[in-house]
Structures are given as C-alpha cells and as structure tokens.
Unconditional design. Structure first.
Ligand code: SAM
Length: 195
C-alpha cells in the first residue's frame, strides 16, 4: 500500500456521484470527502444491527457512505436544520427503509433522545461537537464510536474558529471514558471509542 492509494478504488456507494452533483448544483460545499466516507462505512459495517446517529445530514454524502456499510438490520437517524439541503439527501436515499431523516435542530434532538444508545455517532455540525457534547456522548453505547472531522486548519474557517477546534480536541483528549486516535488525514478526524 502507498499513501497515494487513499482515494483509489474506494468503491463508492451507488448514489454518491448523483448526490455530489446535486450538492454542487445547490452550492453546498460542506460534504465529507471520500476517505472520511470510506472510514464511516467501515465503522458502520462493524456494527451488525447497529444504531447510527448522524448530526448534520448535509446533502447526504456521509449518509450514503454510512448506509453503504450498514447491514439490513441496522438503522440510521440523521438530522439537519436546513430543509433544502437535506431534501437532496432524502430525494436520493429516502427509499432506504433503514434511514430516518429529520429536519430541525440537532441540539433539540439530542435532548429528545436522552436515555437511548447508539453504536456509531458522526457529529458533523455544531451540536454534539462544539456544544452539547455531553448530551451527545451520553448517547454513545459502551464500545461505540464517536467520529468528528474538519479538525485540520481550513482556509474557509471563520475568524475565531481555530481556538474552538483546539479546545474541542483538548477536551475530548481529557475524557477518561474515551479512547481516541487523532487522524491527521483527510480533513482531520478524531475517532473515539467509549470505555
Ligand atoms: C458539515 S455539514 C454536514 C455534511 C455531511 N455530514 C456530509 O459529510 O456530507 C453541516 C450541516 O449541519 C447543518 N446544521 C447547522 N446547524 C445545525 C443544527 N443546529 N442542527 C442541525 N443541523 C445543523 C448545516 O445545515 C449543514 O448541512
């Protein structure tokens, strides 16, 4: 294997190209990249009959990768506050009975889900990542995976975002009930497992 192989022969989900095209046409540029998607798919595949939570559906790029890894008995709950963007995901993936799309605020959903457990959480928006972190991690099953991306500096970051990312990385690293690895790869990820 060579490092340049990261993006080679990933066998993307069938719906991916059409979703990426629709996202581009809509002007949505926040979808995860293929390496991140392939990692999410691999983690989803490790959880037969798994419950997966995605915060920040976007146009459905990460959703498509996660669904591609899940077995037939797994379920995915995904939420986005932007109805227009999320409608792209629903249009391409809504026929899959394993996925439930919600439009609304992820923080409110985290409150609503209190007491439930998920084996995989991809926190790809503000709540569950930069705030409401406890509420999100409380939902993670022991042995479950919590994934975040966009941790490496990006030219598109607004003023004052870098210190927030640093603080998030530090606070996650200090949590005794998380075993984590920092991946300076793709957009920069943390993969954490709950003890
Ligand atoms: C990084 S994008 C998600 C990209 C998607 N996960 C992917 O990789 O294809 C973040 C999304 O969070 C949504 N969002 C922003 N604030 C939110 C909130 N409070 N609750 C739910 N979604 C929110 C935005 O509309 C945007 O689609």
């Amino acid at each position: 294997m060579r490092d340049v192989d990261d993006d080679v022969d990933l066998k993307p989900p069938a719906a991916l190209a059409a979703i990426q095209r629709a996202a581009r046409d809509h002007g949505f540029a926040m979808s995860c990249d293929d390496r991140t998607g392939a990692l999410l798919r691999t983690l989803a595949a490790a959880r037969p009959r798994g419950r997966v939570l995605e915060l920040g559906t976007g146009a459905g790029v990460s959703t498509a990768w996660i669904l591609d890894g899940m077995d037939g008995a797994s379920t995915l709950l995904t939420i986005d506050s932007d109805a227009a963007v999320a409608s792209i995901a629903a249009a391409h993936l809504g026929g899959d009975a394993r996925v439930t799309f919600r439009v609304g605020d992820a923080e409110a959903l985290l409150g609503e889900l209190a007491g439930q457990r998920f084996e995989l959480i991809f926190a790809d928006t503000w709540p569950g990542k930069f705030h409401a972190l406890d509420a999100c991690l409380d939902l993670l099953e022991k042995g479950g995976h919590y994934v975040i991306d966009d941790l490496l500096p990006q030219t598109t970051w607004p003023e004052g975002h870098a210190p927030k990312v640093e603080a998030l990385v530090e606070t996650l690293g200090q949590r005794g009930n998380l075993v984590l690895v920092k991946l300076c790869w793709a957009s920069g990820l943390i993969l954490a497992t709950k003890r």
